[in-house]
Ligand binder design. Structure first.
Ligand code: NAP
Ligand code: ZN
Ligand code: ZN
Length: 350
């Protein structure tokens, strides 16, 4: 067992505070790593405040992790001590159900094991995430980090990056396709960068007029202020795909109206309260689709990291110390982050 320093929420109302626990001894296929950087996902905040009603307290959030391997189990073949590695939202799954067999571990029919707030498949112990000094993970759920990328900027790719990459690939974003991204936060800014790199015509929908110039710099061909009906009207019936990352309840109809025949609106934002049901005729009359998408499997996450390595894509980050996490959560709620907070875990080792 290894003593690990972390930050945890002990109940839904409390601020995150220092917390100490033991990481398990290495199993044959385990990789142990020193956590270098961990991104701050809006899901961490939902979970710390029990907004999804399933949090096991105390919770140590964090599932956008970049670390350096410090030890490996006796049967590990994929990783070596000293290697730079990544861990995302998943640390295990049943590996035998149809979804796992297809490499879609995030849809494991027996339930995947989350990097935090999950239960270890062997012991039932609650998993603790990357707001911590070290991590122990089965090698099959560890990712290779491209060497040409800044490791701190890679961390958010492990959730925000793959959560946008997967639906963009599933629904065929590429040359000749008009793709909308709703919300310029952690997920949304990765969506703009990735869809642009895939060759799509990218339109960013934002509620923040102050983000227009940034969106263009990040790769948007057009920016629409979604609260402005005239700007929205100009895009009616024109989108192949819109990926909606908004973390709050809102009306979906204005976005469904923008889809062309057979177009798809995919929800990835996971707000505390459901959106009101959209108008049925808006879907029927143009065979439009409303869909959802959850992160991505391990193979696709590696594919995404390699794609980012090839295209020089990382997240735009604001580095923080672990001790600043509560302030970061408040700023994230005000959409005041450009565009992802990343924790420097050296701040916990001092
Ligand atoms: P974030 O950084 O806070 O970004 C969310 C963005 O949504 C904001 O920057 C803002 O963009 C927009 N927004 C926020 N409140 C709004 C409101 N009331 N009305 C309209 N727009 C609003 O959050 P994130 O980390 O990107 O996560 C976004 C959501 O995705 C969260 O619910 C998170 O839990 C979920 N998530 C889902 C998955 C999955 O697998 N499906 C994975 C990770 C995260 P503008 O200022 O541009 O309007
Ligand atoms: Zn996340
Ligand atoms: Zn499975």
């Amino acid at each position: 067992m290894t003593t690990t320093y972390a930050y945890a929420a002990t109940d839904a109302q409390s601020k995150l505070a220092p917390f100490e626990f033991q990481r398990r001894d290495l199993r044959e296929h385990d990789v142990q790593m020193e956590v270098l950087f961990c991104g701050v996902c809006h899901s961490d905040l939902h979970q710390a405040r029990n907004e999804w009603k399933n949090t096991i307290f105390p919770v140590v959030p964090g599932h956008e992790i970049v670390g350096r391997v410090t030890n490996v189990g006796s049967q590990v073949t994929k990783y070596k001590v000293g290697q730079l590695v990544g861990v995302g939202c998943l640390v295990d799954s049943c590996r035998t159900c149809p979804s796992c067999q297809e490499g879609l571990e995030q849809y494991c029919e027996n339930g995947f094991v989350g990097t935090y707030n999950g239960n270890d498949r062997q012991t039932g112990a609650v998993t603790y995430g990357g707001y911590s000094t070290q991590l122990v993970v089965d090698e099959d759920f560890v990712l290779r980090v491209p060497e040409n990328l800044d490791p701190a900027g890679v961390a958010p790719l492990l959730c925000a990056g793959i959560t946008l990459y997967s639906p963009l690939r599933t629904w065929g974003a590429g040359p000749g396709k008009k793709v909308g991204i709703v919300g310029l936060g952690g997920l949304g800014h990765m969506g703009v960068k990735l869809a642009h790199a895939m060759g799509a015509h990218v339109v960013l929908f934002t509620t923040s007029a102050s983000k227009i110039e940034d969106a263009k710099r990040l790769g948007a061909d057009e920016v629409v202020i979604s609260k402005n009906p005239a700007e929205m009207e100009a895009h009616v019936n024109s989108f192949d795909l819109i990926v909606n990352t908004v973390a709050a309840q809102h009306d979906l109809n204005p976005f469904i109206n923008l889809l062309k025949r057979d177009g798809t609106l995919t929800l990835v934002g996971a707000p505390e309260h459901d959106h009101p049901s959209p108008q049925v005729f808006n879907l029927i009359m143009k065979r439009r689709r409303l869909a959802g998408s959850l992160i991505g499997g391990i193979a696709e996450t590696q594919e995404m990291l390699d794609f980012c390595g090839k295209h020089g894509i990382t997240s735009d980050i604001e580095m923080i110390q672990m001790q600043q996490i509560n302030e970061a959560y408040e700023r994230m709620l005000k959409s005041d982050v450009k565009y992802r907070f990343v924790i420097d875990l050296d701040s916990l080792r001092k």
